[in-house]
Design a protein. Structure first.
Length: 264
């Protein structure tokens, strides 16, 4: 089993346990379930920077990134920096996140929030809605086409936007459907964890123009973003580059200012 297989196997167990503890009715009756969601798509289309800043404590590839910071302060800092949205890792075992992180971010910043999770069940979409998310991530590498269709359509019924993540052309071709809003290309090779924006460039012309194009992982310079904009990308998911600093919000703000200067 590779790391992705292990994560998904654990996710099945985790969801089965959660369903026993927290019924769907409890999620549907939560205070945030009926709130009006914010559109990440609109913000990305109308932004000069296109930055989606991530909160990530650790990962299987990098171990600990930053476990010392307060997510409420990070969310507030990202908001002040002028990011388009915030991605919140909610997986506990492998990334050190939680649904509570999503709640704290929601309470701290009026930003579109992406629940970054390994989603395989509609129950997780109800969780996302109940904890203040506006956008959900679906990962083509772990889902069949029919699952992508079912989950994305259910997300739309909950007024959640959908970011579909691919790693290669095969995943992209099986995934394109009207119920998606954004197509993200992950620059990290899942087999060896090497990172290169070349894959974003290679797939750019194969992504239909009606979807917002998002490049994910391994983006650490304003030059990389300027380059990717030439390929039609409007969104750029950045986590580690900000999270490895003592003040992610400040780092994001400085990064966006540099980006704005280079774009003039």
């Amino acid at each position: 089993m590779n790391i992705l297989d292990k994560i998904i196997a654990d996710k099945h167990k985790e969801i089965a346990l959660k369903k026993q503890l927290i019924p769907v009715s409890q999620l549907e009756n939560s205070a945030l379930f009926e709130r009006e969601t914010l559109s990440l798509v609109k913000r990305l289309r109308n932004s000069e920077s296109g930055i989606i800043a991530e909160h990530k404590r650790r990962s299987p590839s990098k171990s600990v990134i930053n476990q010392d910071l307060n997510i409420a302060e990070i969310a507030g800092g990202y908001k002040s920096a002028g990011v388009c949205g915030m991605s919140v890792l909610t997986d506990g075992k492998y990334f050190g996140g939680s649904l509570e992180d999503l709640l704290y971010a929601r309470a701290s910043a009026n930003l579109p929030l992406l629940r970054k999770e390994f989603i395989i069940d509609e129950y997780q979409l109800l969780e996302a809605r109940a904890h203040g998310a506006d956008v959900i991530l679906l990962i083509a590498a772990v889902l069949e086409r029919e699952q992508i269709k079912q989950l994305s359509e259910f997300a739309k019924s909950l007024n959640l936007e959908v970011l579909l993540e691919v790693h290669n052309e095969e995943e992209l071709q099986k995934s394109i459907m009207p119920s998606l809003d954004m197509l993200g290309v992950n620059n990290r090779n899942l087999k060896n964890f090497e990172v290169s924006t070349d894959i974003s460039k290679e797939l750019s012309e194969k992504i239909p123009s009606e979807f917002v194009k998002v490049s994910e992982s391994g983006i650490s310079s304003v030059e990389a973003i300027k380059d990717l904009k030439n390929y039609g990308y409007q969104g750029f998911l950045i986590g580690e580059n900000f999270m490895k600093t003592d003040n992610p919000g400040k780092a994001a703000g400085e990064f966006i200012k540099k980006l704005e200067k280079i774009s003039l």
